[in-house]
Design a protein around this ligand. Sequence first.
Ligand SMILES: Nc1ncnc2c1ncn2[C@@H]1O[C@H](COP(=O)(O)OP(=O)(O)OP(=O)(O)O)[C@@H](O)[C@H]1O
Ligand SMILES: [Mg+2]
Length: 353
Amino acid sequence: MIGNEYARRQIVFWLKDWKKGKKPLLIIGPPGTGKTTLVRAMSNDFGYYVFELNASDLRTREKLESMLSNISSINLYGQPVLVFLDEIDGIFSRGDQGGMDYMGKYIENSAVPVVMAANNRKDSMKEIFKKSIVIEFKRIPNREMELMLNHIAGQEHIHLTYDKIQTIVRESNGDMRYAINQMQVVTSEPIFKDRKLPSEEAVKGAIYSATYAESVGFISRWDADPELKIMITAATLFNSGAEDMAERAKWLSDADILMNRIRRLQEWRMLRYLNYMIAYVLNGLPGGYNEYLIPFTVINQRWKRPIYESITEKMEHELHVGRAEAVSIMVPMYEFLIRKGIIVNDDFKKAMA
Ligand SMILES: Nc1ncnc2c1ncn2[C@@H]1O[C@H](COP(=O)(O)OP(=O)(O)OP(=O)(O)O)[C@@H](O)[C@H]1O
Ligand SMILES: [Mg+2]
């Protein structure tokens, strides 16, 4: 990483010497300066498991509380846990005081290190500011950005003229993410330069493409987070009634596993393989776009049947989810897969009937 050497040093030392009772960390700084990257990288270096909460987890107090109150300080593999609340300014600005209040209390006596990051200082975050060690990130200086871009160009065997690099640096205005993306744009194949597509357009395009290669093009231009791509692909697949659903579902499952690795190892270049897999799931699918997960029906009396009980209990342990999630999401998913014949479990099928 480049830039903000002093700030980065403070952050790393904070984690190195962390013990219960220490104030949480709040990193404030402009986009693309490495806040998220640093937190993930140092956690990785120090052997922490990062429990990352996103905007939708933080929207309501109930959700936040249910996620945070159950965190243990060590995960199932014996790694210490670090809680990372990224982009908190975006979340708390939507006028949800309950979530903010809860956070304020949580960070005061958390049993695990808590790191937060944000772009701006917002008035609504006052309480959190008071209770945190605030560290500021600044834009990446041009000279350092230029060195980094040249370094990347060397590693990737990309040839860019001095002028091109200068232009990218100038236009990026200290945003390293933007600079790297720009570099990608000016060097890559025409298809990636094309207009970005909203979800529906991209998915439909991929489904109805005459060839697999064309599908890949649509998915590459799909303008959505990889996780969202996976969710929407799942919803679309499960609602399609495809004959070969099992095979497609296997590809989707592999894509999901790959995504996890990409995140964990920060191997963003692997994203293109994710696109290849998603295109495989979607190409030629009967039925159209669907962005809502399977319309499961949750019928409560069923949980009283012993086989449901035992399955739910297993799911809790094997899939590391709470009872509520097992009952409301995992079990209906399991039912669904059994109904489709993707999973065979005759006892369970009888209980369903
Ligand atoms: N200081 C840096 N040194 C090297 N690369 C960087 C740096 N900052 C950002 N990058 C590159 O930009 C990408 C995005 O950075 P990151 O997500 O860490 O930014 P951020 O500060 O969290 O931005 P945001 O405020 O938008 O969340 C990284 O994956 C990395 O490739
Ligand atoms: Mg970030």
